[in-house]
Design a binder for this molecule. Structure first.
Ligand code: PEP
Ligand code: MG
Length: 478
């Protein structure tokens, strides 16, 4: 704390100080003691359980600022439990080696890189890491767990490697890569006002993906025109029940306050898969399907979104849509919660083969479409999102569905964006542009790079390449 204050990092010092005060709270200590002495829980479970009890009480308070503290208390409980387990966090500046990590763990990391024995490239832990600009290599196999604490390693995110006992030349090359990434990041910030327009004058809207205030700020610094995907569920991965209005507001307000008059695309809770909170363990379905089974939970989130986003160019995005009826149901519910506020745009995520096949019907009832290439690719190709080392969006079976979706949007006169990781993939992005995607929403840390790539593209060439891949033999220039 003292070191942070001396370094002028008062905000961080305040955060640490608040954490210390919370940890010393006699109420919390009393509960831990009683869970150990009276209920016989081991220390680890008692610490997490006592923190959760207090978090729930805070979350139920009407005051959003206090409700916000609920997650801080949970995080404190988690870290204390990890210490009780004897777990050691990677030193700041080091590479964390682990079997797997969840998205919430990544959000709290102080390590500068992560090497995982398991994990998948588009699993949510990897997405959070990318957003925060933390290099992560996945799928290295169990042998990686034999790395000794303190051993020198080089983490090569581009090649997906963890190099053990690197020689001096390898270390020097890694340092040079790191320096050039820093230079690119500085350039991205400096060029934030240059338009994201191809050499032949085709403009693409570039937005940021986010789940935290830090990402919204970084995306803005790199020239994002707003947020194209706010993953609200990442704020509630440890929830014990559907979030209450106060909890939604506590998550949304600090983010949406930074997006006044800008595009703010808030996605409804996309629980399920690797984003399943404890209270939904075992539940079938994902995204909007789960929400429509709990209409009060959906209404509560919609109320909070329209209230917190009143001063933004608000767009509400529906995850895992499979039918136009689901979109109509959300529209109807929104009308009931508006209370005189402007009607937000309502978009549908196209991220399952069924949705892509019904894209025309879904487009007719939507204000925009957003293609989730992460899920779409895995589902079309039958891969396991949490463990797959690659996500080949350029497979013709996936590209054809993206093409059909873009055509459906054009026919309905609405915009289509891509918010999956393919939007910031050097190879896939020009093809997406060529298929007629209007907007790209990418990890906050990648916004500037993608905007620069667009300035180097030729739209006519992108269209030819896309047509050649999806409709071979019918290329415009052939
Ligand atoms: C996707 O599936 O591409 C997407 C953007 O949603 P998420 O990664 O959160 O599942
Ligand atoms: Mg998805």
């Amino acid at each position: 704390m003292t070191r942070l204050r001396e370094a002028g990092r008062t905000a961080e010092a305040d955060i640490v100080e608040t954490g210390v005060l919370m940890a010393e709270d006699p109420g919390l200590i009393g509960r831990v003691e009683s869970l150990v002495l009276e209920s016989g829980l081991p220390a680890e479970a008692a610490l997490a359980g006592a923190a959760e009890e207090i978090a729930m009480e805070l979350a139920n308070l009407a005051d959003p600022t206090l409700a916000l503290r609920a997650d801080d208390v949970r995080s404190l409980g988690r870290r204390a439990a990890a210490h009780a387990r004897g777990g050691v966090a990677a030193a700041a500046g080091g590479v964390l080696v682990a079997r797997t990590l969840g998205p919430a763990d990544v959000a709290e990391l102080s390590a500068t890189g992560v090497a995982l024995a398991g994990g998948g490239v588009t699993a949510h832990a990897a997405i959070v890491a990318r957003s925060l600009g933390i290099p992560m290599v996945v799928g290295l196999g169990p042998d990686v767990l034999d790395v000794v604490d303190g051993e020198e390693v080089v983490l090569d995110g581009d090649s997906g490697l963890l190099v053990l006992s690197p020689d001096a030349a390898r270390v020097a090359a890694a340092r040079a890569d790191e320096a050039s990434r820093d230079t690119a990041r500085t350039a991205a910030r400096e060029h934030r006002l240059l338009p994201a327009e191809t050499r032949d004058g085709h403009r693409i809207v570039v937005l940021g993906n986010a789940a935290s205030v830090a990402e919204v700020i970084e995306a803005g610094h790199q020239g994002a025109e707003g947020v194209g995907l706010l993953r609200t569920e990442l704020g509630f991965l440890e929830a014990r029940a559907w979030p209450l209005r106060g909890e939604h507001l506590a998550f949304l307000k600090p983010i949406l306050e930074r997006l006044i008059n800008q595009i703010a695309t808030v996605r409804l809770l996309d629980f399920g898969g690797d984003k399943t909170p404890p209270f939904l363990k075992g539940a079938e379905g994902r995204g909007i399907e789960l929400l429509l089974e709990s209409p009060e939970a959906l209404r509560t989130q919609l109320e909070a979104i329209v209230a917190a986003g009143a001063d933004t160019q608000l767009r509400i995005l529906i995850p895992m849509v499979t039918s136009p009826e689901q979109v109509r149901a959300v529209h109807e519910m929104i009308e009931g919660v508006l209370d005189g506020r402007p009607v937000p745009l309502v978009g549908s995520m196209i991220e399952t083969p069924e949705a892509a096949q019904r894209a025309r019907e879904i487009a007719e009832v939507s204000d925009f479409l957003s293609i989730g290439t992460n899920d779409l690719t895995q589902l079309v190709l039958g891969l396991d999102r949490e463990h797959s080392k690659s996500a080949p969006v350029t497979d013709v079976r996936v590209l054809r569905l993206i093409d059909e979706t873009a055509q459906a949007a054009r026919a309905a006169g609405i915009a289509v964006d891509v918010c999956g990781e393919a939007a910031s993939d050097r190879v896939a992005m020009p093809i997406l542009v060529g298929l007629g995607v209007d907007e790209l929403s990418v990890a906050a840390a990648r916004v500037g790079e993608v905007r620069k790539w667009i300035r180097d593209l030729d739209y006519a060439a992108c269209r030819d390449a896309a047509e050649g891949l999806t409709r071979p033999g019918r290329s415009r220039s052939s």
